[in-house]
Design a protein around this ligand. Structure first.
Ligand code: PLP
Length: 470
């Protein structure tokens, strides 16, 4: 097909190379070539295109072919045609700026920690790809067409039903599908509840907790009030005028103990007496190693507790699926905040998760991971017993992290020493609420789930070198 160097005196400035190649005949090839020239900026906005006759002659095509191609591109908005001023490149056809050329350099040396012992991430190398894919495929095959339309803000009924059964069986949660609202994880639940005005602050929170969640709450204009901790967990007796309290009852984050049974009943008594509300962050409730899981506080009084869970620890934080199990009186308000249609949680992923749970794959995965994490915890405890018996390990009955108790005044230097050993981890101080002066002692928070299997041994080896001597 023809090739032409268009050389118009007016505003084209330089030659324009048009090459008529590809499928679909000359007209289609010319449309493609002109579109590409505008898109790439070779034909700038405002540029006048050559008259039909001259371009047709240059390219060796019929005049009508050029006229048709111009008309098509006018219809698409790439060109404008005005009587008396010919055909021009449309002013709003923004050229695609070519990516800045990056000079070739030698690849930078890998920097940053070699061993990731920060808490928070499950072993991402263990994501159950095959089983998830099977669930996704089944879910897609069985889904009615309406699934591909806008989603119900409450979440897919299949998922809410699967969760009702699962949470009752595995976590002792008492609910029904109508009281579950799907969201995209714990942080999203906080945003909906507080940012959306369903609940208001001040909110009591554990004196040590995840700073990110305090930030989410602060961004929603919520003042958080630190609640001291002791060996039995949060000091419920220190709740003052707040009407709501956020707790991690199954496994205090980050110190690691479960909320003592007397405190569990105390917080429900408090909520009943003060018309208060408990927010239960059940972030890693499935991972309990030595005894049966500690059931959810929600089971004690479903009308006083909002139970919030997600798959971030059990499966992957990339899936972005979570759930709120609500007292009946909050369901409508939460749905009103979510709006008319689902805008966060992919309906297809919801169906996949529903199948993953209902088919037993979720249970199998959790069991497999529980075994793996228990093995890692045991290796950590054994390594410390052998090489650093003066360091006490706490919070190891559950979850994906442990706390290594250090002699007073040594935490900051141990975190630095770990960095020198190429280890990323945090000390307890990183989790302290800014308004508390409550001491919990010095300690390192060691996430033992994050490294892949082969990286775990070397990470433990490096950790030895970072611990203070006896
Ligand atoms: C204390 C705590 N709560 C909740 C979560 C889950 O957060 P999300 O569901 O927003 O990923 C995490 C992190 O996985 C956590 O560390």
């Amino acid at each position: 097909m023809g090739t032409s160097w268009v050389n118009s005196a007016e505003r084209i400035g330089s030659d324009l190379h048009l090459e008529l190649t590809g499928p679909g005949g000359r007209r289609a090839a010319l449309i493609r070539a002109l579109r590409e020239a505008v898109r790439s900026g070779r034909l700038a906005p405002g540029t006048r295109l050559p008259p039909y006759r001259s371009l047709a002659a240059d390219l060796g095509v019929a005049r009508n072919t050029v006229a048709d191609a111009y008309a098509e591109l006018v219809a698409e908005g790439w060109l404008t045609a005005r009587q008396g001023s010919g055909t021009r490149v449309a002013e709003r056809a923004e050229p695609l700026r070519p990516a800045a050329r990056v000079p070739k350099k030698a690849p930078p040396r890998a920097r940053g920690p070699r061993h990731d012992l920060t808490q928070g991430t499950p072993d991402v190398s263990a994501f159950p790809r095959t089983a998830w894919l099977a669930s996704y495929r089944r879910a897609l095959q069985q889904a009615p067409n309406e699934v591909f339309g806008p989603g119900d803000p409450a979440g897919r009924p299949e998922l809410r039903e699967a969760l009702t059964e699962y949470l009752a069986r595995a976590r002792g949660v008492r609910t029904e599908p109508g009281r579950i609202v799907i969201c995209s994880g714990f942080a999203h639940a906080l945003r909906l509840l507080f940012g959306g005005g369903v609940l208001r602050g001040p909110l009591a929170v554990e004196a040590y907790g995840l700073g990110f969640h305090r930030q989410v709450l602060a961004a929603a204009g919520v003042r958080t009030v630190p609640l001291p901790l002791d060996e039995h967990g949060a000091r419920i007796d220190r709740l003052a005028r707040e009407r709501a309290v956020l707790l991690t009852p199954a496994h205090q984050f980050p110190t690691g103990g479960p909320l003592h049974p007397t405190r569990r009943t105390a917080v429900i008594d408090w909520a009943r007496a003060r018309d208060g509300l408990v927010l239960e962050d059940d972030y890693d409730g499935e991972f309990r190693y030595d005894r049966k899981p500690v059931g959810a506080v929600q089971g004690l009084d479903p009308e006083r507790v909002i139970h919030i869970g997600s798959v971030s620890k059990s499966l992957s934080p990339a899936v972005r699926l979570g759930w709120m199990v609500l007292p009946e009186r909050y369901v409508d308000a939460v749905l009103a905040v979510k709006g008319e249609r689902e805008a966060w949680a992919s309906v297809l992923d919801q169906l996949s998760l529903a199948d993953f749970i209902a088919s037993g794959s979720y249970d199998r995965h959790v069991r497999r991971m529980r075994q793996r994490y228990r093995g890692r915890r045991d290796r950590l405890v054994a390594a410390l017993a052998e090489h650093a018996p003066h360091i006490e390990v706490t919070g190891v009955a559950a979850g994906l992290h442990a706390v290594l108790r250090l002699p007073p005044g040594t935490e900051a230097s141990a975190v630095k020493a770990a960095a020198w050993q190429g280890i990323a981890l945090d000390g307890l101080a990183a989790f302290r609420h800014p308004d508390t002066d409550m001491p919990v002692g010095d300690g390192l928070v060691v996430g033992y789930a994050t490294p892949s299997e082969h990286a775990y041994g070397p990470a433990l080896e490096a950790l030895r070198g970072a611990l203070p001597p006896p």
